[in-house]
Design a protein around this ligand. Structure first.
Ligand SMILES: Nc1ncnc2c1ncn2[C@@H]1O[C@H](COP(=O)(O)OP(=O)(O)OP(=O)(O)O)[C@@H](O)[C@H]1O
Ligand SMILES: [Mg+2]
Length: 259
């Protein structure tokens, strides 16, 4: 039996994706390919349709056309919780952690989402291996006993990524993970993303070109609901005059673009 070559190395294959909001095409025939194990960035000016594409992958928004193939499974028509179970995790533009719970309890709760009731009842007290690993990866060991509400903005984002890691995803979708972060926090987030990519594939929406230069494998660029460059390197994106013009025309140069 022969296998289509893309089945081997494309984890996510979006084809002809369309989202029509009452006559307004927010996403208009978008194709995106994300290879297994890569850190793929989706960029584009405000309103380009990036978040809407992410929402279509997670089932939060129902596309009006096209296909979202993940690990050989069509996600269109599936419910959000089914898509999570298949191994897709996502963060939002604003972190959503349980502020009153400690860092460790947030991670523990996230880890329990994928456990059966029987496993939950049988599990031993103390910190599980999954939670210990997530604390280590995110560098949050020192604040494990603190309520999440007392964390800095950066720490909350890392906690949210840690919570997703506890669910052992195959694909992690990050929507502007470094927005509002200091340069040091951005670097730590980039390092965390690279670490995550050792065991999982990452699709990240981000504007910051310096961040892309340091941490992206490949880039897809969108504008006004369409893909204008696919699977490019950061150097190719920066050398593309059309992309420069689009960003400048919308009020900011690509070099200084930050969320
Ligand atoms: N639920 C909705 N109903 C109607 N229009 C919507 C809805 N959600 C998004 N839009 C519109 O669709 C377009 C794409 O929005 P989207 O949020 O996907 O852009 P984005 O690329 O993520 O932008 P940003 O960089 O500002 O986050 C925008 O014009 C937005 O106003
Ligand atoms: Mg957005």
């Amino acid at each position: 039996m022969t296998t289509e070559p893309w089945l081997i190395d494309e984890l996510l294959k979006i084809r002809g994706l369309e989202v029509d909001f009452d006559g307004f095409k927010a996403v208009d025939g978008v194709d995106v390919d994300v290879k297994v194990g890569e850190v793929h960035f989706l960029i584009g000016p405000n309103g380009a349709g990036k978040t809407t594409v992410i929402d279509c992958i997670t089932g939060m928004t129902k596309p009006t056309g096209g296909s979202v193939l993940f690990d050989e499974t069509e996600l269109r028509g599936k419910k959000e919780n089914e898509i999570v179970k298949l191994g897709v995790g996502r963060t939002f533009q604003t972190a959503s952690v349980f502020e009153a719970l400690t860092v460790e309890d947030n991670l523990d709760l996230a880890a329990s989402f994928r456990m059966s009731t029987l496993k939950l009842l049988r599990r031993r007290r103390g910190t599980s291996e999954t939670v210990t690993k997530a604390l280590e990866s995110t560098g949050l060991e020192d604040v494990r006993a603190k309520p999440a509400g007392t964390l800095s903005h950066g720490q909350k984002q890392w906690l949210e990524i840690g919570m997703l890691l506890c669910q052992d995803p195959k694909l992690l979708l990050l929507d502007e993970p470094v927005a509002g972060m200091s340069p040091e926090e951005r670097t730590r987030t980039g390092e965390l993303i690279r670490l995550v990519a050792e065991s999982c594939t990452v699709l990240c929406v981000e504007h910051d070109m310096d961040f892309l230069r340091r941490f992206a494998d490949r880039v897809t660029v969108m504008d006004e609901g369409k893909v204008i460059k696919a699977n490019a390197t950061v150097a190719e994106v920066q050398a593309d005059e059309r992309i420069q013009e689009i960003y400048i025309g919308k009020g900011r140069g690509i070099e200084e673009v930050s969320a």
